[in-house]
Structure formats: structure tokens, C-alpha cells
Design a protein around this ligand. Sequence first.
Ligand SMILES: Cc1cc2nc3c(=O)[nH]c(=O)nc-3n(C[C@H](O)[C@H](O)[C@H](O)COP(=O)(O)OP(=O)(O)OC[C@H]3O[C@@H](n4cnc5c(N)ncnc54)[C@H](O)[C@@H]3O)c2cc1C
Ligand code: FES
Length: 328
Amino acid sequence: MGSIVCSKVSQGHIIENKALSKDFYLMKVDLGVGAGAPIRPGRFFMLRSWGTEPVLSRPISVFDADGATVSFLYKVVGRGTKLFSGLKPGDAITCDGPHGNGFPDNPAGDAAGVSAHDGTAGESGGGTTGDCGGDTTGDAAGVSAHDGKAGESGGGTTGDCAWDTTGDCTGDCAGDTTAKHIGRTKIAMVGGGVGIAPFYLACKVYRGLYPDMRLDVYLGFSDEGILIKEYMDVADKVTVNVGGFVTDDVDAAQYDAILTCGPEIMMRVLYQKYLASGSGAQFHVSMENRMACGIGACLVCTCKNKSGNKKACKDGPVFPGHEVFGFA
Ligand SMILES: Cc1cc2nc3c(=O)[nH]c(=O)nc-3n(C[C@H](O)[C@H](O)[C@H](O)COP(=O)(O)OP(=O)(O)OC[C@H]3O[C@@H](n4cnc5c(N)ncnc54)[C@H](O)[C@@H]3O)c2cc1C
Ligand code: FES
């Protein structure tokens, strides 16, 4: 039996459509009613603000969502996005979605928000299992215990507790998984150009789900940075690279999960770097292939995966890194 594709088409209205730079715009839309399905980071809407021409709606990721208000960050590259850029408050826009799978609710697997390791060498390795936290009896003991000096507690093997940002270690917190020295699962979100879009909502959602999770955002731009303050408001650390390679800034070995979205070459380089680092992180990649229907019916967005061809719109756009980059 074939699968049934459900989506919800909302007749939305523009609340605001603001130019952020020469090509980038942030558009806030009132859907009128709630979306057709939960809006998780990495999901997208098929948008159109015209009648019959152009024929196809355009896929745009959710930048932010709050009730019936959804925001989109877009770059003007052609006819459709040019039409979006001319929209004024009150204008109508058809929003079909949200579509796709989005980034996982728990990007680091079992480690999310519970791991007590600090990610330094000699510890329990990447924290992808989340089972080293506060182990005072087993293998982790002796490596996770800090040395009792204020502000430089954990690590054991390196003497630098990456997590004690407060400097108020009392010297007796070894193995304490409930208090100040609990390890924080570390997530890197690496975006290039409009590929930064999903990570604003991702930060907000992950912060809500896992208050202890460390959220590092890497923003790569070719000529001008945008929305930096906004990302600083929701992330623990924001690294901005203008005109260079944002992948150079990421130390993959530090993280329990790496999420990326942007030009395919950027994501592929990041994946190679991650492999070379020996990182045990989960790696999630968002593939923004060209799309037509956006709901799994036309095969335009077919994406070659290790386990066979997949539809980026329906099976993705988020895939495990090894599925899209882990083969020749
Ligand atoms: C799942 C998904 C999420 C996306 N999220 C965003 C987003 O948040 N913000 C944003 O600005 N863009 C996003 N895109 C890309 C966006 O859909 C395209 O830039 C847009 O459809 C181009 O439409 P256009 O009519 O302006 O350009 P067109 O006239 O159709 O094309 C102009 C140029 O854009 C290129 N282009 C067309 N489609 C894509 C595509 N899918 N990816 C990359 N380049 C493309 C073409 O190769 C061409 O060079 C996303 C794409 C996908 C598949
Ligand atoms: S865009 Fe039609 S199947 Fe994906």
C-alpha cells in the first residue's frame, strides 16, 4: 500500500519582510492557524506568493517558529526569491508544510544533556553513549575527578574542567552528576550562507529540552555577516567567518554531535575533517537539493545515500553524515 502524504496549506500573511543585507531577507509570516505538523528545526515549507508562474513553490527552512508565527531567512538568487523580497506587510503567501524530517530532537543520542565527561583526551570518548557521567565506581573514576582547584577542576588527565565556567568549584564535586561540574553535551552547528537558517530554532529547541547542553554555532559567510547578535542570544558560543572557510574553525573532536547545513562542498569538507579527527560525534547533514513537489511524489530531489536513493524532501533533508558522504 502506498503511503499517504499529508501536508497543510496555510494562507499566510506577511508580518514583516526585512532586508538584512544586499541579498538576505528575514520574513515573518502569520500562518493564521497552527502549522500542519510539529515544526522542528531543519523542517521546511514550500512557499509561494504568486499565482500560476513560476509553476513551482520554493522550499525554505524554518528559521524561527512561535505559535502561528513562522520566520524564514532567505537569499535572493532567482525569480521566486526575488518575488519574496518584494512582499509587504499584509501581503498573502501560501505556506505548505512543514515538510521533511528535521534535525533529531536528541542530536547526540543518549549523551544529550546527561553526559558528565568533559570531552578531553583520556575520558570516555565522545560521550555518544552518555554512560560515563559521574562514574565514581567504574572506569571513568580517576579521569573525571577534578583536582579540587577552583575554576580548573575536571578532566583529570588534562587538569582543565571545560565545564566549570563559574570558577566556584568547591573541590569536592568529583563524580557529582547533579551539581556545577556536570558535563555538558557539546553540539556544534555549522552553517554556510542561508544554511545558517535552521540553527536559530535548533538552539532554542535544544536549550528548552536540555538546559545543560552546550550549543556552539559556526556561521560562515562569503562577504557579510548577518544575524550575529540574534545567534549570540540563543547559543553559548558563536564563531563567525567572513570570506574564509568556516570549517577551519571547527574542532570536531570536541563535540558529541555536529549538525551542518549549507553548500555541499562545505559540508563534505567538514565531514572529512570529522572523520580525520576520530571524533565519536553524531554527524547530521541537511541536504538542500533542488525540489519540485516537496512531498515525495516527483523524485526531483533524489539524493544518493549509502543505503540507496532517498528523497531529500521526505526522507530528509536531514541525513546521517555517513549515509551521504560515507562512500565514494
Ligand atoms: C530543504 C531546503 C531548504 C532550503 N532552505 C532555504 C532557506 O532557508 N533559505 C534560502 O534562501 N534558501 C533555501 N533553500 C534554497 C531555496 O529553495 C532556493 O534558493 C530557491 O528555491 C531558489 O528559487 P528562485 O526562484 O529564487 O531561484 P531559481 O531561479 O529557481 O534558481 C536560481 C539559482 O538558485 C539555485 N537554486 C535553486 N534551487 C536551489 C536549491 N534548492 N538549493 C540551492 N540552490 C538552488 C539555482 O541553481 C540557480 O543558480 C532551501 C532548499 C531546500 C531544498
Ligand atoms: S521534491 Fe518531489 S520527491 Fe522530493
